[in-house]
Design a protein around this ligand. Structure first.
Ligand code: DQA
Length: 141
């Protein structure tokens, strides 16, 4: 199985950005963790991060026929990007949305996801483990 681990705006700053909320481990550490987990399960995980909505849309479009599943943390775009919603519904590749923090425990605006309805499901509040659990879902589905 081939996974695209897609991360949106500001997630490149993991480890430095609000460590009390997102932890002290870096974006590179997240990718290494995801790739190790994939390899241990005879799968492959490619990581891509962008601070640009269009680049994320292009990555989703490009996933068709290449990846079996997308594990996607759209960052703040989660809360307002109808373009990302539509990109996800435009391709045949299933997606699980992941949030490192528990978005329901935070500001009101974070409770709404416009991208989640285009996904199989959503995992939030479980830190980096959420990405691995999303992979496990697809590996067992
Ligand atoms: C986040 C939650 C979003 O509300 C926030 O804008 C992020 C990260 C998370 O992983 O918890 O950038 O998606």
């Amino acid at each position: 199985m081939k996974f695209l681990i897609l991360n949106g705006p500001n997630l490149n700053l993991l480890g430095q950005r609000e460590p009390g909320v997102y932890g002290t481990d870096s974006y590179d550490a997240l990718c290494q963790l995801a790739q190790k987990h994939a390899q241990e399960n005879n799968a492959q995980a490619d990581c891509f991060q962008s601070n640009y909505e269009g680049a994320l849309i292009d990555a989703i479009h490009g996933a068709g026929g290449v990846y079996d599943a997308i594990i996607f943390n759209p960052g703040a775009l989660t809360h307002y990007s109808y373009a990302l919603h539509d990109a996800l519904t435009s391709v045949q590749v299933p997606c699980v949305e992941v949030h490192i923090s528990n978005v329901h425990k935070r500001e009101e605006f974070r409770r709404r996801s416009v991208t989640a309805p285009a996904c199989v499901g959503q995992i939030c509040g479980l830190g980096f483990q959420g990405y691995l659990l999303a992979m496990d879902y697809f590996l067992r589905a």
